[in-house]
Design a protein around this ligand. Structure first.
Ligand SMILES: NC(=O)C1=CN([C@@H]2O[C@H](COP(=O)(O)OP(=O)(O)OC[C@H]3O[C@@H](n4cnc5c(N)ncnc54)[C@H](OP(=O)(O)O)[C@@H]3O)[C@@H](O)[C@H]2O)[C@@H](O)CC1
Ligand SMILES: [K+]
Length: 462
């Protein structure tokens, strides 16, 4: 996993002091980072338009224009004269080698957005909105320098933001790039090094981490002398809609759990691979409850919640106040945003809209985890957040093919499967969430037809 920082300005400052560097050196490295990417990816003489604002993000762009000058057909558009000292210096340097300045933007092969970086400090004015809108409409390959212009430091977009194919961010990953809203603007994310050892960022404390594919730990079996009980027995509590329990059960069974039983009062029609019972199994090692549950008697629910077994709580359960008494060290919660706002309300933390939550996901996850530090929370979204106490892990591999009924039931089943097999809760959530999203990524047909069954099939091939 990689570290993510809420802000890097103070880190840059510390690096300058520790290593006797200067802002100029950091900026040169920042621009070289983008230059290298462009030089590697594009043919010589392609048309590049760099659009620079008045701050140091703009200064990065002016430096980049100098670095690419004569190697590509570079044009530099300034929204205004640079305001910063270093921006003025970069301008002098660019002018001294006759970089080509243009008075109008145009549809180049490549557009580099250096209008605003981390210094965006107010709502966009009309000129900036028009400019970004025009740039977005061009069919160019779009690169955002540091952060797409219009995305603020909390990862919010008030009116508009530059829609990049790739964001080349300076020094280290920033939290803003991983809000759900950001997902439609950042494109791929790459870090440009600033001439500071990686170790500097690695040794700097943070509590946010970006998951990588290598963090996936599949439930390989390491002992031959085993039997089905070795790999746990998951109980999925069924309610009004048995389909959700079946999906979760099939996902769990395919992900290695030795035995999966659906617990239901009624005799249900279920797949032959899954067992059925009316009461919790004696050798049960984990429980999944909530998916398709509907209404349930409080006393029955309480009897399940008080079992000292790892549990995944999902869906309908986030509307029942009873769970507040059981938010303990056995529990994983897997709400989607609507369910999470219900939970925040039940817990008397706050009463907010989905929009408010989606604009401030990290903030509300933190508030919830401060109040319930024993619980592991997985907040669904286009960038999944897994959190416990102070620590946050972000899975950014998800894509829109997962936006479909049943995807969440697969995820709950996968987490419960790993818990039944003995994974710790955070580790189980990390590997299950990665398996879930990577299966969707590997589905190559198109981005609309993925079904829970395809997802489960994909998980078998990871
Ligand atoms: N720190 C370092 O060592 C390194 C930093 N680096 C780079 O510096 C970038 C940060 O630079 P920054 O702090 O100068 O801010 P930046 O994003 O350019 O914007 C500020 C300008 O925009 C203006 N402005 C803001 N909002 C506006 C609005 N809504 N509508 C209109 N105008 C608005 C604002 O105007 P003002 O507030 O003065 O009115 C000001 O002029 C960072 O992202 C990275 O790319 C790298 O080179 C590596 C080394
Ligand atoms: K930018």
């Amino acid at each position: 996993m990689k570290k993510i920082f809420d802000e890097v300005r103070s880190l840059d400052k510390k690096a300058i002091e520790n290593y006797f560097l200067s802002e100029d050196i950091l900026m040169e490295h920042a621009s070289i980072g983008i230059q290298k990417y462009i030089t590697k990816k594009f043919k010589k003489n392609e048309k590049i338009l760099i659009v620079s604002g008045t701050g140091n993000n703009g200064a990065d762009g002016i430096a980049l224009a100098r670095l690419l000058h004569k190697k590509f057909d570079v044009s530099l558009y300034l929204t205004n004269e640079p305001k910063t000292e270093i921006g003025k210096l970069q301008l002098k340097r660019a002018k001294s080698i006759n970089v080509n300045f243009v008075k109008d933007i145009f549809q180049a092969d490549i557009i580099v957005d250096c209008i605003f970086g981390t210094g965006l400090n107010k709502e966009l004015d009309k000129n900036s909105i028009d400019l970004i809108e025009k740039l977005n409409n061009f069919k160019s390959f779009k690169i955002a320098c540091d952060i797409p212009s219009g995305l603020d430091i909390l990862g919010r977009v008030t009116t508009i933001a530059f829609k990049a194919n790739i964001t080349i961010t300076m020094g280290a990953l920033k939290t803003a790039l991983f809000s759900d809203v950001a997902k439609d603007y950042v494109g791929k994310i790459k870090v440009a090094k600033l001439g500071i050892e990686d170790e500097f960022f690695q040794s700097t404390l943070t509590n946010k981490y970006l998951l990588e594919k290598s963090d996936l730990v599949l439930p390989y079996r390491n002992i031959e002398n085993s039997h089905k009980g070795t790999y746990g027995h998951l109980n999925v509590i069924s309610g009004e809609k048995v389909g959700a329990s079946i999906i979760a059960s099939m996902a769990a069974f395919s992900f290695g759990t030795g035995l999966v039983t659906i617990i239901s009062e009624n005799q249900e029609s279920i797949p032959h691979l899954i067992m059925q019972d009316k009461v919790i199994s004696k050798n049960c090692t984990a429980i999944a409850i909530g998916m398709g549950l509907g209404k349930i008697d409080d006393s029955k629910l309480e009897n399940i919640l008080k079992l000292k077994l790892p549990k995944v709580l999902d869906a309908d359960i986030f509307y029942n106040k009873l769970i507040l008494e059981y938010l303990n060290e056995y529990v994983v919660l897997t709400p989607h945003p609507k369910e999470f706002i219900s939970l925040l309300k039940l817990a008397n933390i706050t009463d907010i809209s989905i929009e408010e939550l989606q604009n401030n996901r990290f903030k509300y996850v933190k508030e919830f985890c401060n109040k319930y530090p024993d619980v592991v929370l997985l907040l669904k979204g286009s960038n999944v957040i897994i959190a416990q106490d102070d620590n946050i892990y972000i899975n950014s591999f998800g894509n829109s093919s997962l936006s479909k009924g049943g995807s969440g039931d697969v995820l709950s089943g996968l987490i419960a499967s790993l818990l039944a097999q003995g994974y710790k809760r955070v580790e189980g959530c990390i590997s299950a969430s990665l398996a879930h999203t990577l299966s969707a990524l590997n589905y190559s047909k198109n981005n609309y037809s993925l079904t829970p069954d395809n997802l489960i099939e994909g998980i078998k091939n990871l």
